[in-house]
Design a binder for this molecule. Structure first.
Ligand code: ARG
Length: 466
């Protein structure tokens, strides 16, 4: 049915206004030419299978294969005129094949439909897209691990509620970003497993009357298995939703990192600087150097998250089986893929060049009473109950605020006024270095733990499956 109506569209000249508009409204070639190499690969596998089961003869297959390979060469060379009147990538290629090799080209579509064809093309494209995205996510992780090792001893304030909480090391912070991206990479590999299943053979929706060998086509195209149910195979786009969801999560992680880079580069923080080549200037304020890569990444996160909502909404009302609605999966899916790839790649380029101003980081931790919890823990070790210790340290902080100095700057007798459990060994715990070094367990911020965690992350990166 779909082939017949498309054929009319294809054969027509659209001289009347409404028909031309409908053609422009329904075409998808203007946004899906990236599917062409996958369409051709799928067609060759399909034709090879048809010849194996005797629907085509061996010579017919050879001619079809040669014709499709020649078309692929022309497309690669940018030498293939895409015709919107031919509606989509499938019909553009098939029409050209028939032009090139004659009536035999018309046999290619035996035992398939554009419905299972497009589902196959998109899965093949997405499999490659997932693989190349993972390479870039891993490159970014690699950069973060390197930066963590470089800054394993650099002390900065750790924040909760954006208020100085406890000192952490810059390296520890970088490894937190890395951990988020490690899960993102894991997600991409998991999604790949569900993407890598063959829809072809479902035909329009119910299967085909020809004696096809779907397992063979799956092997030819490196799919792990065939999709069992023909109605499901041509209609569901849950794999697209999963991919764009993973892309939106990656963007969300990059957006959080962006927010921090932007804050840290503000002169009010002054924690980091980014090389000029990753920044832009202002047309009016000559002094400005803006972290636009980070800001735009944060901004583009909105777009990718929007695409996820679009795909969910696209799917929710669709009855089985294929509906033309599904053509609308491409623009969000392709744009999500392009956007996330661009952001991840730029971050991977930029991260190794982040300059950290250790003095400013340290000074911010010192100013924020970041070792107050260490003083409370010290009192507990001296036999004070934690709740009482909390109260005592709160009083010390109040006093230090009034004196406009840090806890470590208060003389011993001033501290002892709040608790006689405080001795002259207290200054060891009030230092920032002592504070981070004391958090010396797996997952803690001590520089030695950061170095060990970086080594584990590097090892995981080198050995992960897939
Ligand atoms: N361009 C269509 C899509 O993206 C291809 C499948 C068309 N099938 C059909 N029955 N009209 O979904």
């Amino acid at each position: 049915m779909s082939t017949t109506s498309s054929h009319q569209t294809w054969g027509g000249r659209f001289s009347e206004g409404p028909n031309a508009r409908v053609a422009a409204f329904t075409e998808s070639i203007s946004f899906e030419t990236r599917l062409a190499p996958y369409d051709i690969r799928g067609s060759i596998a399909h034709a090879r299978m048809l010849s194996t089961v005797g629907v085509l003869d061996a010579d017919e297959f050879k001619q079809i294969e040669a014709g499709l390979t020649a078309i692929e060469g022309r497309i690669e060379a940018g030498n293939f005129p895409w015709d919107p009147a031919l509606e989509d990538v499938h019909m553009n290629i098939e029409a050209r094949l028939t032009e090139d090799i004659g009536a035999l080209g018309k046999k290619l579509h035996t035992a398939r439909s554009r419905n299972d064809q497009v589902a196959t093309d998109v899965r093949l494209w997405l499999r490659d897209t997932l693989d190349s995205l993972e390479v870039e996510v891993d490159r970014l992780r690699h950069g973060l691990i390197g930066l963590a090792e470089r800054e394993a001893d650099t002390i900065m304030p750790g924040f909760t509620h954006m208020q100085v909480a406890q000192p952490v090391t810059f390296g520890h912070h970088m490894l937190a970003w890395q951990a988020m991206l490690a899960r993102d990479a894991e997600r991409l590999r998991e999604i790949r497993q569900r993407v890598n299943r063959l829809p072809l053979g479902a035909a329009a929706l119910a299967g085909t009357t020809f004696p096809i060998d779907r397992e063979m086509v799956a092997r030819e195209l490196d799919f792990d298995s065939v999709i069992d149910n023909s109605l499901d195979a041509v209609s569901d786009r849950d794999f697209a939703i999963e991919f764009v969801s993973a892309a939106a999560l990656i963007m969300t992680h990059l957006s959080r990192a962006s927010e921090e880079l932007i804050l840290w580069m503000s002169p009010a923080f002054g924690f980091i600087d980014l090389p000029d080549r990753y920044c832009t200037g202002s047309s009016i304020m000559p002094q400005k150097k803006n972290p636009d890569v980070a800001e735009l990444t944060r901004g583009k996160t909105a777009r990718v998250t929007g695409h996820l909502v679009a795909l969910f909404t696209l799917m929710k009302g669709q009855p089985l089986a294929y509906n033309r609605d599904n053509q609308e999966d491409k623009i969000p899916m392709f744009d999500a893929a392009d956007t996330v790839a661009a952001c991840v790649s730029l971050f991977a380029d930029m991260v190794p060049h982040i300059q950290v101003h250790a003095d400013a980081c340290r000074e911010a931790a010192r100013r924020g009473f970041a070792t107050a919890t260490d003083l409370a823990d010290y009192l507990v070790r001296k036999g004070v109950a934690f709740r009482d210790a909390h109260e005592i340290v709160g009083n010390c902080v109040q006093h230090a605020i009034a004196q406009t100095c840090d806890l470590a700057d208060l003389p011993l007798d001033a501290l002892r006024r709040f608790s006689d459990a405080i001795g002259d060994d207290v200054y060891e715990v009030l230092t920032l270095e002592g504070s981070v070094a004391a958090r010396n367990h797996i997952g803690g911020t001590a520089p030695d733990q950061v170095r060990a965690a970086a080594a584990r992350a590097r090892h995981a990166l080198g050995t992960q499956a897939g």
